[in-house]
Every structure is written in C-alpha cells, then in structure tokens.
Unconditional design. Structure first.
Length: 477
C-alpha cells in the first residue's frame, strides 16, 4: 500500500487532501456515498448454493462474487476421503499438531500419538472465560499446519490430487492450494468457535471423515475504528454480533468455499466414536465483487485490513492507475491508454493486458472490482468511482494508523481514543441537521464514557492490564 500522511486537521474533524490511488480525497462528509455499503441480505443469497458435478466457470463465478458455495462430493476421488482418523497416525506419525484452545499456549502433539484420537480434551478454562457456554465446544480440536513444514507437505501432497473442478491451467490457484494445506481433527462435540481468518482470497475446506456442521456469517458493518471488535475465536460472541447467515453439514467428499471476511464456526456431532477429519486450503482467487461492495468494513477489520496491500495490484490494475493521477487529467489518460480499441470501455482482454500471462486471476479480479454494473466492461465512470472508493477507504485506514503510531506502545490513552472517534466522524455520513448540535454537544462525553468503560484499572490509559479491547482496536489497523 502507498504510504500516505494525513495532517492533524483530519484527526480534528477538518479536511485533508490525500492522493492515494487515483483521485484526491475531498472534504469530510463527501465520503458518505463513497463508503456506503449494500445490505448483507441484498448481496448474499438467502440459501447457500449447492452444486453437483461443478465445473470451473460456474465455481469461479461464485468465487468472484464472494458467495459461499458447497460442491457436493467435489472431492469424492480423493484417497483420504473416508480414511479413518487412525490411518493418519500410521501414515504421518512424525507430524506435529497444535492442541487448539489449550491453556498451555502452543502445545504440540505428535500425529502418531493416540492422545488426540481417543481422549476428549476440554477447552481450557482461560480460553473459555467470557464465552457463552453454549458456544464453547465440548471437545477441543487439533490442527496440523502441514503448510508450515516442507517435509509434511512433501508427505501429504501425493494424497491430495488436483480437484476435478479446478482446471490444470489455473496455475496460481493450484499453487496457492498446495502451499496452504492444514488438517483439522476433532472428537464428538469438538470444533472451532466463530472467528475470521486473515486470508485475502478464497478459503476452502474438504470434509474427509465424519461430518461437521459449519455456520457462516460475513463481517458486520464497521462504520469506523470504534466499531472494531475481536475477530479471533469467540470474540464475536462477546461483541454480541454473532448471527449466522448460513448453516450446513458437510459429509465426506463435500467441499465448502467461502471468501475473505466470512466468519465461521464448526462443530462435530455428538456421536459416540465419531471423529471428524477435514483439510483446509486457500485459493488465489480474489472475491473482487465482495471487496468492492464491503471495502469500508474490510479495510477496518482486525483480521482482513492487512489484505489492502494484497489487493493493491487488483485495485490499481497492475499499477496502470497511479496514486498521483487525477480524475480530470492523468487518470483519464491512463484509461485511454488501456482502451486500445478506443470504444470507451475496457473489455476483458484490455484489462488482462495490464497483468502477466500467468496472472489470470488478477485480471479477472481487476475487471470485476471496477465493473459495478456487471456488464463485463469497465467504463471511465466506473473506473473513477472504484478508484475513489479505494482511495477514501485507504486514506481512513492510514490516518488511523498514524494516530496509533503516536500512542505509547502499550498504552492507548484518551487523547488517541478521542482522535479515533473524531476520525470516524470525519469519514461518516453527515447527520440530519436537527441532530448536528446534539451530537456535537455529547461527543466528548461519549468518548470519555466509552474510554472509562475500557479503562478497567482507572489509570487514564488502556494498558496490558486492562482487557484486550485496546489490542483489537490497534491490531492490523
């Protein structure tokens, strides 16, 4: 991401001119339209799509949209499907797994041991503290990060052939899948508490043994830095935000694909002797339409904000749109340079020309990010609107980072909290005229009340001895 410095005026509710990607950020409340988001209910399908004998064009369309989808029996030919949990002990005995939700941080267990497959292990009391009991799994899971150990990947990849729905020519997606393998194991009642992952493309999981219930919910709308909450396991329960959009039970061979920013929780059924095994992976495919629609919230997400750097190639069309462009000048010239046919729109081939021949996923994502009316073409107006949206969301993110850099490494004081609150107001929609005076009068008091509610120690700052509330305001912002 390009480095931007927003002067102190923006933190105090003034205006700041920032050249980020393509256009200048105008004053204060003109950001209202740019940072608007569609409702979650209007963007996502009501029912979770389920495909049989899925083909790549159909799958890719869902991935580009950012719509979760189930591929029924999508991995039926994988040799690990229906393999018993005990078989992993004999095939990969030296692999090391992490005991999730253990009070002993980073406790590792050999895959060849019998501890994980025969003994139910409760979630640690420290981990479960503050989580509603109904959301705490009866049994804590284990995760084998094969992706972190070259010898483990070498041993397991022969057991994971290329999925039938993924063409051989999708080299970047296939490479990403092969380098991101991790296995999850759980006994009856086991599973993961709701959380978001810091992945930037598409996340996939294949159920190998047993069944597993998945619940999915896209990030709630974040209108400012003060809306942030802990997106790690269980934090969404404490924030009172957990309201799953989808629930599905996966059977051996089923594949679930979902986009960045999709929070999820899992649970293995309470059935004596049941053992669930699944493999998770990532694809390079970017959910570009979802990123365009929900960029304001994604750019503030504790877990996903880091993806702004990852998405920059997509949003700048391979660097064709520079941060020093303006809508009236160089920006229009850049569009004309890309419009080789001179017909006033950018088609798929013209967008693809901005990327290398092996970057097909980026070309698809770049066109989808700007193609607001979804007609397959990008107009000059769509390019300007998309670049402006990227600019404003990025400028807000960078301004918040500047505030936090000025704070003490371990303390987030009331001054920084006030600045963040005023920053949020700067980038928010203008209130009705009748509310302006009342809001202006009560904002300082609200800031102090909110701060004092977090300052459990009463020291005038948020330190490590308080709750981890300050950390997720700071994390990845």
């Amino acid at each position: 991401m390009h480095q931007i410095r927003c002067h102190a005026s923006i933190l105090m509710g003034g205006c700041c001119i920032v050249l980020f990607v393509a256009v200048a950020l105008p004053c204060t409340h003109q950001a209202e339209f740019v940072l608007a988001e569609p409702s979650r209910s209007s963007f996502f399908r009501t029912e979770l799509p389920r495909l049989q004998r899925a083909q790549w064009p159909q799958v890719q369309r869902y991935l580009q949209r950012g719509q979760p989808v189930v591929l029924e029996a999508g991995e039926a030919d994988c040799p690990l499907v229906n393999a018993s949990c005990d078989s992993y002990r004999s095939r990969f005995p030296a692999a090391r797994m992490r005991a999730e939700y253990d009070d002993e941080d980073e406790r590792m267990v050999l895959l060849g041991s019998d501890e994980w497959s025969t003994t139910t292990r409760a979630v640690g009391k420290g981990v479960a503290a503050g989580i509603p009991p109904s959301e705490v799994p009866e049994s804590a899971p284990y995760i084998w990060h094969a992706k972190h150990y070259p010898q483990d990947l070498t041993a397991v990849l022969p057991w994971l052939p290329r999925p039938a729905w993924l063409p051989a020519g999708e080299l970047r997606n296939w490479a990403k899948l092969n380098s991101s393998i991790e296995f999850w194991f759980s006994l009856p009642g086991g599973g993961a508490m709701a959380h978001a992952d810091g992945h930037c493309g598409t996340i996939g999981t294949v159920q190998l043994q047993g069944t597993k219930r998945w619940q999915l919910m896209f990030l709630p709308e974040l209108t400012g830095t003060m809306d942030k909450f802990d997106e790690a396991d269980g934090g969404v329960y404490q924030a009172g935000q957990w309201a799953p959009q989808y629930e599905v039970v996966l059977h051996p061979g089923d594949t679930l694909l979902f986009p960045a920013g999709m929070m999820h929780a899992t649970r293995t059924p309470q059935k004596k002797g049941a053992c669930s095994a699944s493999v998770s992976f990532q694809l390079a495919e970017i959910p570009a339409e979802l990123v365009r629609a929900f960029l304001p919230s994604l750019s503030l997400s504790q877990e996903v904000a880091r993806c702004m750097r990852h998405w920059e190639q997509m949003a700048t069309l391979g660097g064709a749109i520079t941060r020093d462009s303006t809508l009236e000048g160089e920006h229009a010239e850049a569009f004309q340079a890309m419009d080789r046919s001179g017909d006033g729109v950018l088609d798929a081939h013209e967008v693809a020309a901005q990327f290398g021949s092996s970057e097909g996923f980026l070309a698809r994502a770049g066109r989808a990010f700007y193609d607001a009316d979804e007609d397959g073409m990008v107009s000059l107006g769509e390019l300007g609107q998309g670049a402006r949206r990227w600019n404003v969301a990025g400028a807000r993110l960078q301004a918040a980072r500047e505030v936090l850099r000025a704070a003490d490494e371990e303390e987030l004081g009331i001054e920084q909290m006030q600045k963040l609150r005023l920053l949020d107001a700067t980038y928010s929609a203008p209130p009705p005229a009748s509310m302006k005076t009342a809001r202006r009068q009560r904002r300082p008091a609200q800031t102090r009340i909110h701060f004092e509610g977090l300052d459990e120690g009463g020291h005038g700052h948020l330190g490590l001895e308080d709750t981890h509330q300050s950390s997720f305001i700071r994390d990845e912002i």
